[in-house]
Design a protein around this ligand. Sequence first.
Ligand code: AMP
Length: 170
Amino acid sequence: MNLKNYIRDIQGFPKEEILFKDITPLLNDPLAREYCLRVLLNSLGEQKIDKVVGAESRGFLFGMLLADRLNAGFVPVRKPKKLPFKTISASYDSEYGTDSLEIHVDAIQKGDKVLIHDDVLATGGTAKALAHLVNKLGGDIVQFNFLMELSFLNGRDKIKKYPIFTAINY
Ligand code: AMP
């Protein structure tokens, strides 16, 4: 199965210069979705995962599916002021501009084996902020995985000390 057939390019969304990778066709197809989930799971081999961290908002979708199959906890990382409990935050630059992300302080225990998931690895700013938050809470990052990587933006350079898996490459 070619997963690229389930990713739709939208030129100029949400800003003029961005070629947006729309994953809704993938979400909408149960066979392709299951195939993609298996590809992500297979990349982990037998490694134990305690927590899956997913970035708002599209990282929640496969992030939750991964957590369910791995019998792991799911930890949402969200934009500022969205999480109700005590948080820590990290600022970052992304393809869209500067922003920050927050995580609940009790979401990860020291030594937890963590898988970090998001839909797209673009400039890597989001991924770097996610790593910062997980490290601050004492989590042990086992792998980053993404549905796709925009490799011409060299985002993986920002998280090069961690294992990275991407199901689709552009
Ligand atoms: P970055 O921090 O630059 O690596 O951007 C990654 C984050 O922005 C991910 O959470 C993506 O959902 C989103 N993103 C960045 N670029 C795109 C794109 N071209 N299409 C869809 N989502 C994108």
